[in-house]
Design a protein around this ligand. Structure first.
Ligand SMILES: *[C@@H]1O[C@H](CO)[C@@H](O)[C@H](O)[C@H]1NC(C)=O
Length: 307
């Protein structure tokens, strides 16, 4: 009798418990494979954490990033893709802080002119890729150092040096970081260490390339930037905050961009994609595994005047 009365409420309960058990199993399986993926990722990038608490914390960040990236790619509604990369155990805040430090770097040794030498340029080919003209050195990796400004300036200097002397020489970011330099040595002679060091004055005397001055392309003008990039690789500041930038892997980046300039990169060309937006071809300094072998194509001709 008692059971008969209980039977009715029992059925939905069984169903609910059954469902919960299934959910729990699925989640555990998911966690197991996520842990496995995390272990493989750690092995690949040689990650070692100081204790199990830190490891757990990093696992949770990794998992959140994987979920964000999968969600983004599955939505499939943007002309670019994201991917897990070496930054996958960092939150976006942690990622931005040390790497992107553009502000406040002046170039005391050279003259800034207020003119714009390319103001009257009218011949603008549909595509420019300075790599094909041999004016771009291979992708470099700034590591943990907030030295993006040096990589950005050096890539522009390497470009104009090639265009004016015919020689492509990989120049030393480290010397810019260490010294208020009047010119820079070859990278081969003054190697990258990724930390602020004291200036090696013996080496400072060796000059592989120097520039006499620099000027700004007109602010908030993609047309102005175009006139400059037609003529040489150009050092540019961008807002590289945001998870989409952290995990960008391919395509034309149309992600929302702020105007809080925090990262230095180099525009080395531009083009038109067949099925997507027009883009700037941008050299970054985060190694070849990030983006398209170290490059990002960023949307060009956007409505906002800031580009
Ligand atoms: C651009 O053209 C104007 C008008 O002819 C001229 O005054 C100016 O000097 C030119 N600018 C440059 C950088 O050549």
């Amino acid at each position: 009798m008692a059971c008969k009365n209980l039977l009715f409420p029992c059925i939905p309960l069984v169903l609910i418990f059954g469902f919960l058990a299934f959910e729990a199993t699925a989640r555990t399986l998911e966690d197991v494979s996520m842990h496995k993926w995390n272990e493989q990722w750690m092995a690949r990038y040689g990650k070692v954490y100081k204790d199990s608490r830190e490891k757990e914390k990093r696992f949770n960040v990794f998992k959140a990033n994987v979920e964000y990236i999968e969600g983004f790619n599955n939505a499939g509604n943007k002309p670019y893709k994201l991917a897990i990369n070496k930054f996958a155990d960092l939150t976006n805040e942690e990622f931005i802080a040390p790497r992107n430090r553009f502000k406040g770097h002046m170039c005391p040794a050279i003259t800034r002119t207020s003119t714009f030498k390319y103001e009257n340029v009218t011949a603008v080919p549909p595509i420019i890729d300075w790599r094909t003209k041999g004016a771009v050195t291979p992708i470099k990796d700034q590591g943990q150092c907030g030295c993006c400004w040096a990589f950005s300036a050096v890539a522009a200097t390497e470009g104009i040096t090639k265009l004016s002397t015919g020689k492509l020489i990989s120049l030393s970011e480290q010397e810019l970081v260490d010294c208020d330099t009047k010119g820079v040595d070859q990278e081969a002679n003054y190697a990258y260490k990724g930390v602020d060091g004291t200036c090696n004055t013996n080496k400072e005397a060796n000059i592989a390339a120097s520039i006499k001055g620099f000027e700004d392309a007109p602010a908030n003008s993609e047309k102005g930037l175009l006139k400059a990039v037609v003529n040489q690789p150009v050092s540019v500041a961008i807002d590289a905050s945001g998870s989409d930038f952290q995990f960008y892997s391919s395509g034309v980046f149309t992600g929302s961009c702020g105007t809080d300039l925090d990262h230095g990169v180099t525009a080395v060309g531009y083009g038109n994609s067949d099925d997507g937006p027009k883009f700037w071809l941008v050299k970054n300094s985060w190694g070849t595994e990030w983006g398209e072998q170290g490059y990002i194509r960023m949307q060009r001709d956007v409505d906002a005047e800031q580009g």
